[in-house]
Design a protein around this ligand. Structure first.
Ligand code: NDP
Ligand SMILES: O=C(O)C1=NCCCC1
Length: 318
């Protein structure tokens, strides 16, 4: 490889060299979320393009962003193909181009699945920190990649007494539960979503469900929900009653205007961005049911890619 050729970092390289560590990732994502909500030029992040391919049940998103504080300029191209599991592939596949911000030259090309997996869970951890009202019981609906990264990341941050897992196919809930138990966590698989979330403090929905899997009437007052999954829409996993009664925050209102149009058209109010709470420009009502409606932001990918690049150069002494 020529000296000035871009680095190529695969998901396996990122994993095996531990290039993306929660201890650094979570603060970086928190700063990025805060910056997005400041009226400044710290972050440039146009609304992403989201191209549906209905005949193949797939989606292709293009996500560019610049973070001045992190000196990170990147663009992620990412696909979501819910049917990929049958083909032995992750549902979410991505590639991130990281640029030298001063010249625009590509410095690294990275697989984007690890980045997407962990930065999404890190964003939920930040939202949970600012919106939750108790962290004894975590309930996760779904048992795929995001369910696993959320179990590990939220437990890393809050040390839950119990992690409950439900999946529409029970065997998969059992499998993730066993994996978590092997890692020393106190995990239980549930056959019923209602039983799984009963009295839970923090709930995660991370599925491709296109009709509600979580109902407002099942949830205790003050519970916090990280709604991560995007089936046909980003807001299909929770029922209308929940959206009508909860205080809802998102990561970026700029994307919410189009991607959550279905909710807004129902007259549902989005209180603001999690960054507003981090910045102290809005205050959370933790005693209410709160929802972090996660959309996913390009700047999260940019700062994650920069962390990986810097860590790789450090360990390889480049
Ligand atoms: N907000 C964000 O930033 C991001 C959001 N996402 C979204 O998170 C969700 C999960 O992604 P990921 O974990 O990578 O995907 P996986 O394919 O790894 O997991 C998907 C999970 O959803 C379950 N599932 C699939 N179809 C249905 C259904 N109709 N009803 C209920 N459950 C269903 C699967 O169960 P089984 O395998 O048994 O079918 C599995 O547990 C997706 O919607 C994805 O688009 C992903 C990345 C970033
Ligand atoms: O990377 C993201 O952000 C994604 N959001 C929605 C689903 C696909 C990936």
């Amino acid at each position: 490889m020529a000296d000035n050729a871009p680095l190529y970092l695969t998901d396996e390289c990122i994993r095996s060299n531990k290039l993306l560590q929660l201890a650094k990732l979570i603060p970086a994502i928190q700063n990025a979320m805060a910056s997005v909500s400041k009226n400044s030029d710290e972050v440039i992040q146009p609304p992403r393009t989201l191209m549906q391919i209905p005949s193949l049940s797939g989606v292709l998103l293009s996500m560019p962003a610049f973070s001045k504080n992190d000196d990170a300029l990147a663009c992620k191209l990412v696909t979501a193909y819910p049917g990929n599991a049958d083909k032995g592939l992750p549902s979410i596949l991505g590639t991130v181009l990281l640029f030298d911000p001063t010249t625009g030259k590509v410095s690294a090309i990275m697989d984007g699945t690890e980045i997407t997996t962990w930065r999404t869970a890190a964003a939920s951890a930040v939202a949970t920190k600012y919106l939750h009202n108790g962290t004894a019981v975590l309930a996760i609906l779904g048992s795929g990649t995001q369910a696993q990264s959320h179990a590990e990341t939220l437990d890393y941050c809050f040390g839950f007494q119990q992690i409950r897992i439900w999946n529409h196919r029970f065997e998969k809930a059992q499998k993730l539960t066993e994996e978590l138990i092997e890692k020393g966590k106190s995990a239980i698989a549930y056959q019923s979503a209602e039983e799984c979330v009963k009295n839970a403090d923090v709930i995660v929905t991370a599925t491709f469900a296109s009709s509600p899997i979580l109902r407002g009437k099942w949830i205790k007052p003050g519970a916090h929900i990280n709604a991560v999954g995007a089936g046909i829409n980003h807001h299909s996993e929770l029922d209308a009653e929940l959206y009508q009664t909860a205080h809802i925050y998102t990561d970026t209102m700029a994307s919410a205007k189009t991607e959550l149009k279905g909710l807004l058209d129902l007259g549902i109010t989005i209180q603001g961005e999690v960054g507003d709470i981090i910045n102290g420009t809005k205050s959370a009502e933790r005693e209410r049911i709160t929802v972090f409606q996660s959309l996913g932001m390009a700047v999260e990918d940019a700062v994650s890619a920069k962390l990986i690049y810097d860590e790789y150069k450090k360990i390889k002494k480049l």
